[in-house]
Design a protein around this ligand. Structure first.
Ligand code: BTN
Length: 347
């Protein structure tokens, strides 16, 4: 269970405001000016700056003038994503940063029970119990990006698969834009580079009758993890952006890019516009699965064959050796025969 003490209560709103002020000011800020702006004593300002330093921010004290922000940690705080976020999005209005939690998806579910609003984002520095599909453990060391997005607008249940398909496209676009790496999508929504997994998506939904009333979209991206830091169990099947040649990424910028892309797509889904059919050619172009010989775990069986196509609803068509073509609306391409892998421990 997520422990409420894991909430980073050192980042109080005033600390956020002080940080925002430093981020938008190039010059030195005096203690006096800050204390007047925020109506607290200079000692209180100094304490807030100390707390920000504990989070990894660096301030240089300029003699008799004040403080200057000279270094930022690679963490995801609201003021840090706002610099990159498009205006008027419904995703990312609220953002909670947790240095450590068991699972951001679990934490987001708890927040929903407490009334969290649509678009709230939870990001963790590290997960101790990261969850993958089919109940698997998800390796989540401090150099990755582990986030969950709360969706609280009604979506017809028939479009459930599109939630993750759209998310994979938003992440694909963002990573391509920021790194230029050759990222591909493994049906339905894993992201790969050179057949190794760099991103997994786990959507958990609550339905009423034929409607999704709430969803948590969990996204795990192996951003800055060094090749040698992956555990033995996933070494052959997972990779990271830096291991594939990217410069280390600013995680706040990556989160903002994903939200910028996903916001429009989700809004379209909520309005019943079938946005996946619009971006389908893009998804298909990035899809590594079509044409490959694969084994697919459906809910009830494992099927082997050639993936011959995917349609605009995300249904995969698998040609079996018997000549029969099976339509598979949900499932998972297994690791053994598909030469890709996953961040999943080997089955
Ligand atoms: C998969 O099996 O491919 C899905 C992996 C999803 C991992 C992410 S990391 C952030 C969020 N929190 C979790 O516990 N899981 C998802």
């Amino acid at each position: 269970m997520t422990n409420s003490s894991e909430v980073d209560d050192t980042v109080t709103p005033i600390r956020m405001q002080i940080l925002r002020k430093f981020l938008t000011t190039e010059t030195v800020l005096s203690g006096e000016e800050l204390s007047q702006t925020f109506r607290v004593s200079r000692t209180a300002i100094w304490k807030h700056i100390r707390e920000l330093e504990l989070l990894g921010f660096q301030f240089t004290s300029v003699h008799s003038k004040g403080y200057q922000l000279t270094g930022k940690p690679n963490i995801v705080l609201k003021p840090l994503i706002d610099v990159f976020l498009l205006p008027n999005l419904s995703l990312g209005k609220e953002l909670i940063w947790l240095p450590v939690t068991d699972s951001t998806n679990t934490f987001a579910q708890t927040l929903i029970q407490q009334g969290a609003s649509h678009g709230t984002v939870v990001v963790a520095g590290e997960q101790t119990g990261g969850r993958g599909r089919r109940g698997r453990f998800w390796f989540s060391s401090p150099d990755g990006l582990w986030m969950s997005i709360i969706i609280r607008k009604p979506i017809p249940l028939v479009h459930a698969a599109e939630l993750t398909l759209l998310t994979s496209v938003a992440v694909h676009r963002s990573i391509c834009k920021l790194t230029g790496l050759p990222v591909q999508i493994k049906w339905p929504n894993d992201l790969l580079i050179r057949w190794k997994k760099i991103c997994g998506i786990l959507a958990e939904v609550r339905t009423e009758a034929e409607t999704i009333v709430q969803a948590v979209i969990g996204i795990g991206i192996n951003v800055n993890i060094r090749r040698e830091d992956f555990p033995e169990s996933v070494k052959d099947t997972a990779t990271s952006l830096v291991a594939e040649g990217s410069a280390p990424l600013n995680k706040a910028q990556l989160v903002a890019n994903i939200l910028n892309e996903l916001d429009r797509l989700i809004e379209g889904l909520v309005r019943g516009e079938r946005p996946f059919s619009v971006i389908f050619p893009e998804w298909k172009n990035a899809c590594a699965t079509i044409g490959a010989k694969i084994r697919v775990q459906t809910g009830i069986e494992v099927l082997e064959g050639t993936a011959i196509d995917v349609n605009e609803s995300g249904t995969l068509f698998l040609l079996l050796s018997s000549g029969e073509v099976r339509a598979i609306s949900s499932g998972e391409v297994l690791l053994q025969t598909f030469s890709d892998g996953g961040q999943d421990e080997k089955d």
